[in-house]
Design a protein around this ligand. Structure first.
Ligand code: 4NP
Length: 143
C-alpha cells in the first residue's frame, strides 16, 4: 500500500487489509514515495479513525518505497494516480509493472493531509470498501 508520506492513507490501508486477511498467510506493508516523515508514527487523525473502527495502527513507522519492494511483494497498490505514475517510473522490468495498480481501480483516494477529520472518515470508508473486495479476491486466489 503506497501513498506520498506513509502517514495518512497507506497506514490505514495496511491496517484495514491486515485486519481482513487471515493471520500468517499474507504479508501486508505500506510505504510512501516521499521521505518527509520516515520513522514517524501515522498521523494522529488516521490513528484515531482506525481506533474508532477497532484497528490499532499506532505501532506503524513511516518508510520510503524502494525498488526492492517490487521483488518483495506480488501486488503494489497506489493510493492515487500521481503515486501510481511515480511507482511505475521506478519499475525495472515489465514484470514489476504488472504488479502495480490503483487501490480503488479507477478512482483516487484523495490526500486528506490538509483536510479535517471528515476527510479522514471519508477515506477510511473508501479504503475499507476496496480492502473488503481485495481481501475476498486474494483469499480466492489462494484457495
Ligand atoms: P499521505 O498524506 O500521503 O496519505 O501519507 C500526506 C502526508 C504528508 C504530506 C502529504 C500527504 N506532506 O506534504 O507532508
Amino acid at each position: 500500500m503506497v501513498c506520498l508520506g506513509n502517514i495518512c492513507r497507506s497506514p490505514l490501508a495496511e491496517g484495514i487489509l491486515k485486519n481482513k486477511l487471515p493471520k500468517n498467510n499474507f504479508r501486508v506493508d505500506s510505504a510512501g514515495t516521499a521521505g518527509y516523515h520516515i520513522g514517524r508514527a501515522p498521523d494522529i487523525r488516521s490513528i484515531k479513525i482506525a481506533a474508532q473502527n477497532g484497528i490499532d495502527i499506532s505501532n506503524q513507522k513511516a518508510r520510503k518505497f524502494i525498488p526492492d519492494d517490487f521483488d518483495r511483494f506480488d501486488k503494489i497498490f497506489a493510493m492515487d494516480s500521481s503515486i501510481l505514475n511515480h511507482i511505475k517510473k521506478m519499475a525495472q522490468t515489465s514484470n514489476d509493472l504488472t504488479k502495480v495498480g490503483l487501490l480503488l481501480v479507477n478512482e483516487d483516494v484523495p490526500d486528506p493531509y490538509y483536510g479535517n477529520i471528515n476527510s479522514f472518515k471519508k477515506i477510511y470508508h473508501l479504503i475499507d470498501r476496496a480492502c473488503e473486495e481485495l481481501s475476498d479476491k486474494l483469499q480466492k486466489m489462494q484457495s
